[in-house]
Design a protein around this ligand. Sequence first.
Ligand code: FAD
Length: 493
Amino acid sequence: MESNPTVGERFRIVIIGAGFAGLGMAIRLKQAGIDDFVILERAADVGGTWRDNSYPGCAVDVQSHLYSFSFAPNPDWTHVYSPQAEIWAYIKRVSAAHGVLGHVRYSHEVIGGDWDESAQRWEVRTTAGAFDAQFVISGMGPLSNPVPPDIPGLETFTGHRFHSARWDHDHDLTGERVAVIGTGSSAAQFIPEIQPKVGRLLVFQRTPGWTFPRMNRRISGLERAIYRRLPLVQRAVRGRQYLYRELVGFMVQHPGLIEPISKARMRKQVKDPELRAKLTPDYRMGCKRIIVTDDFHPALTKPNVSVITSPITEIRPTSIVTADGAEHEIDTLILGTGFQVMPVADPLTGRDGVALAKRWSLRREAYLGTTVAGYPNYFMLVGPNTATGHTSVLLYLEAQLEYIKQALRHMDRVGASLLDVRPETQSAYNRDVQARLASSVWTEGGCRSWYLDPDGGTSVLWPGHTGAFRKALRRFDPADYEVVTPAAEPVTV
Ligand SMILES: Cc1cc2nc3c(=O)[nH]c(=O)nc-3n(C[C@H](O)[C@H](O)[C@H](O)COP(=O)(O)OP(=O)(O)OC[C@H]3O[C@@H](n4cnc5c(N)ncnc54)[C@H](O)[C@@H]3O)c2cc1C
């Protein structure tokens, strides 16, 4: 590594983000004998999603044995769906064990990156200095930037206000009049936790979500001891969970199979027909992200809770005003309003000087969710059409890690300095993906969701089953790419 403040510190690889993706990539590089990389992280710690979302009740909604790295099974998960603190600790533990924490530069927010065609390298700018690298690998996260709602007067509110992804643990909600805006997966987890302690809870709902049973339970000491001694048993459990999730994925595309389960449970949990009507979706199950929960609807039936469906028209210093003319006085406002979707490439400009964010303003397009034509030597983790509504994102991520390793290995073998996916390959791939998505529940299910692009397609979700994605990425094919040689600085893999 060389250091020169005018051109930036020089590394072979810059990884952006220290969540599951960036750290997973670092671990895989390290295992392949590649050490010349740096991880640029804007926060003061690693962990990404599981560092930032510490709201009460925050937990994974895919079984923990499946929501772990396949190469780092954790026999000690305490619950089938383990809580945030355990997942965060797992990320730190695995990263430390693989020796990648020393590569992280904290408080380094990437604010720009330009491809230098003559040097065939990236210049990366951060809030704490510049970097120069042959490769950039982005693990900036699909849901890492919380978004406040666009409601007039939000800034005039003088009570206490925070987003669920930036929970204020110093603020005591006991006895308060609390408003929650949003009823997605995060709100469904924290509402049952705060409901018993607040005085009054006003839940502002724009669109109700379909729910699906979670059936969480503690994993007993005996089970954990078995997993520690007999790792094959744990692998078998993971395999069973994988198959169960694929079955859920199949059912999501055939909503008629699962809607009756959800409706029957709602009839049991919500006796009041008026409330049940408010909570009943008018679109097909699976169209929006399904809320995996057992206690969300029961919490909404409690006497101190009101579900308000009249649209919010204005926020005032101490109240929320709705379209029906009502003014609701509150002390604290909690925003469960979600995230900017897939900011994975926002700061980068490619060969033609165009920022990827601009190129993607209508539709995000990549090849295998990993590379983008015109942005050479750049790889994205959890990029377009790699997300899933039914199983662990990490299954998709791990396929990408292997694919990128193969790409680097190929470049090393042929002594290449540049790798750029062919535009026609990328277009053909996206035509195929969009054609398959055109008849999916996400585009045809009659809802508006964060899965959808402005033109009604989706560049978020993978259309098929998980195995198909893994198969598509199993073998790096150099014919898909423009590969420029001779190499300036070949990667040693
Ligand atoms: C509340 C919540 C619950 C979820 N539950 C599930 C679940 O049950 N199952 C599932 O499969 N997925 C779930 N997800 C999706 C989850 O985001 C992914 O599973 C996974 O954590 C993504 O890892 P990542 O490393 O790609 O992104 P992140 O974990 O978001 O990490 C991205 C990192 O990049 C950093 N970063 C971002 N921009 C910059 C920049 N410009 N410069 C420097 N650093 C930057 C961030 O600070 C962060 O540390 C959930 C997401 C949320 C928000």
